[in-house]
Design a protein around this ligand. Structure first.
Ligand code: SF4
Length: 284
């Protein structure tokens, strides 16, 4: 059986930096708190916990004068204010590409109604929406464009600015952008494709690889949005798709009729997990 590992499988630059910096902070300090899971990967979180990096869901759970990590997804603008009031030392690991989106929407929010194309529950979109202020909406598909238009009308603004969650599916963003332009026909609409190139390239590689193999393994957290997108792309092109978190999830899978198998991985999957899966398959 031939095993092909996607060249872009694994940590993206933003996650790589966040994990390295969090481990460095853990080495240099006694107690470090991370607001939300640093990455959507159980194994990485467990390793950080062993090194005294505690994950908390609410900034209130970080003791005054403590040390807090903001992860690559970014946090709401209001979290910075609360942290300063609590006199926290902030280790801000917000990815540079996410920070650029925050700056863009902050600059635009008094001039334009802002549409964020993304998942309204994803931490990155939650943070971006906060920076974009009250005249903004997060939409995931075209059924929400009518709501966006109603909110735009009541905002009193006369133009629209569209950005994307960095991990959003490129094709879906392009289709939705077109729908937005068609529905806001008399209104000037600026489309700003803020999808991260690391995400885009990974999706393109997955599209290509999933057409070439008869089975594809997607490694990544079940709650990782970018991993889920790789699963969706793979399912469009390949009959046998397995979304796993570690090699142990493959123990009972038979690859009897498989000749060519592909491996791709989400942006928060460490390289050692990918190597374990590759080794496991090579030894079958
Ligand atoms: S996917 Fe892109 S934007 Fe998101 S953390 Fe990684 S490098 Fe940054």
């Amino acid at each position: 059986m031939e095993v092909i590992v996607g060249k872009l499988a694994g940590f993206c630059p933003g996650v790589e930096r966040a994990v390295n910096m969090a481990l460095k902070a853990a080495k240099e300090n006694e107690n470090v708190y991370c607001l939300g899971e640093l990455v959507h990967n159980r194994q990485v979180i467990e390793e950080l916990e062993k090194k005294n990096v505690k994950t908390v869901d609410d900034i209130k759970d970080v003791p005054n004068n403590g040390i807090v990590i903001f992860r690559a997804h970014g946090v709401k603008e209001s979290i910075y204010e609360i942290s300063n009031k609590k006199n926290l030392k902030i280790i801000d690991l917000t990815c540079g590409k996410v920070r650029i989106i925050h700056d863009k929407v902050k600059k635009e929010k008094d001039k334009s109604f802002i549409i964020i194309v993304g998942d309204e529950n994803h931490p990155e979109s939650v943070a971006t929406k906060d920076f974009a202020g009250k005249n903004s909406i997060v939409i995931f598909d075209d059924s929400e464009i009518v709501d966006a238009y109603k909110e735009f009308e009541s905002s009193g603004l006369d133009r629209v600015y569209v950005v994307a969650q960095t991990t959003f599916n490129l094709k879906k963003f392009e289709a939705l952008s077109k729908e937005i332009e068609d529905n806001f026909c008399e209104v000037p609409v600026t489309i700003d494709n803020t999808i991260c190139s690391a995400t885009e390239e990974r999706q393109i590689e997955t599209e290509k690889l999933s057409k070439e193999v008869d089975t594809i393994i997607v490694i990544g957290g079940k709650n990782s949005a970018n991993t889920q997108k790789l699963v969706d792309i793979s399912k469009r092109n390949c009959k046998n798709v397995y979304h796993i978190q570690t090699k142990d999830d493959l123990t009972n899978v038979s690859f009897e009729n498989t000749k060519k198998i592909g491996i791709v991985a989400g942006a928060s999957t460490p390289s050692n997990i990918i190597k374990d899966v590759e080794k496991f398959l090579m030894e079958m």
